[in-house]
Design a protein around this ligand. Structure first.
Ligand code: FO1
Length: 324
């Protein structure tokens, strides 16, 4: 019953977002899932456009992903990167040979005048991704971080400096001027359930919410809106979230994360290790699903997705009864 939902939107970025997308895609009927992807991590390397969050989604949803890393193509080789290193080009971003193929094709298609939305949908279809993937915008949005060394671009900070420089401030260049994807806004309008993936709220979700039109579309939507915590026992499942939150003076708790989505959520799925926060979350008007939220493998992701869908169906039934 719950897995029969026909219109689910996932707002996602990073590895956590892709794992949640995989779980939902496995749990839902074909065609039911649309993923709205962060483009704030995008960057250009050797003249090629690289969209890590979109690509991680495509590779995960088509079983091509390097599961150990969580990004890139499984068993990829680095011969192109070896040549670039010999030619004295910077090679700190590990772009594999198969991965390069997608970046070459995307850059070629962009130069031919196609939009990132068209290109992403075409790539997802041709590579066999089991969900619709939409970039949040066709316009460039770039996450920038202010550190003691000055403002840095995202990938040089995340990969090049391994997230070491402490972040004092964040901004999403281009977000204010960017036009939200019309396809993404239409998907939100048609959705019966919107899920905020257990992605980094500051690096993956807020660059999307910063685009004019997204917050209001989510607020206006009749869909049930569920967040999934990216923290377990106050620690980030992956990546620099905990340090980032602390550095910016934000509470490293699920409540601290839920507050970032202020007014956008009806419910929050948290790990049983964070059960003590249930009252705090409920006081903020949120229904709470405590469960095991760690997605170690596709089976875990599917189990979590089924739990979320079952819970959402029950909440929806409850809301409809309360309204009638
Ligand atoms: N992450 C790393 O930690 N090191 C890398 O060398 C690296 C290369 C890379 C290449 C293509 C791609 O799509 C992703 C890549 N990532 C790498 C991951 C990426 O930096 C992050 O997943 C996201 O941008 C954060 O959400």
């Amino acid at each position: 019953m719950p897995t029969s939902a026909s219109n689910v939107v996932l707002i996602a970025g990073g590895v956590g977002g892709a794992r949640m997308a995989e779980g939902l895609a496995r749990a839902l009927p074909a065609g039911a899932l649309t993923v709205i992807a962060n483009v704030g991590d995008d960057d250009d390397f050797y003249g090629l456009r690289v969209c890590p969050d979109i690509d991680t989604l495509i590779y995960t949803l088509s079983d091509r992903i390097d599961r150990k890393q969580g990004w890139g193509v499984a068993d990829d080789t680095v011969r192109a990167l070896d040549v670039l290193r010999t030619l004295a080009a910077p090679t700190w971003m590990k772009l594999g040979d198969a991965d390069f193929g997608l970046h070459i094709w995307r850059s070629w298609q962009l130069a031919a005048g196609n939009s990132l939305t068209q290109i992403t949908q075409e790539a997802a279809k041709r590579l066999g991704a089991r969900a619709r993937i939409l970039p949040a915008s066709d316009d460039p949005i770039r996450t920038k971080l202010r550190t003691a060394d000055g403002w840095m671009d995202f990938q040089p900070w995340f990969v090049g400096r391994r997230c070491e420089p402490e972040v004092l401030e964040l901004r999403y260049d281009g977000a204010e001027k960017a036009k939200a994807s019309t396809e993404a806004l239409a998907a939100i309008e048609a959705a019966e359930l919107i899920v905020f993936a257990p992605s980094n709220p500051l690096l993956s979700i807020e660059p999307i919410l910063g685009i004019d039109g997204f917050r209001s579309a989510i607020t206006a939507s009749r869909a049930l809106r569920i967040g999934v915590s990216p923290l377990i026992g106050g620690k980030a499942v992956k990546g620099p979230l905990a340090r980032l939150l602390t550095g910016l003076g934000i509470e490293t708790t699920t409540t601290g994360v839920a507050e970032r989505y202020n007014g956008l959520l009806d419910g929050f799925a948290i790990d049983t290790q964070d059960l003590v926060e249930t009252d705090d979350l409920q006081e903020r008007g949120l229904s709470v699903l405590p469960t095991d939220i760690l997605m170690r493998n596709p089976e875990d992701a599917e189990r979590l997705a089924v739990e979320i869908l079952t819970w959402a169906a029950a909440l929806q039934g409850h809301c409809e009864r309360a309204a009638s």
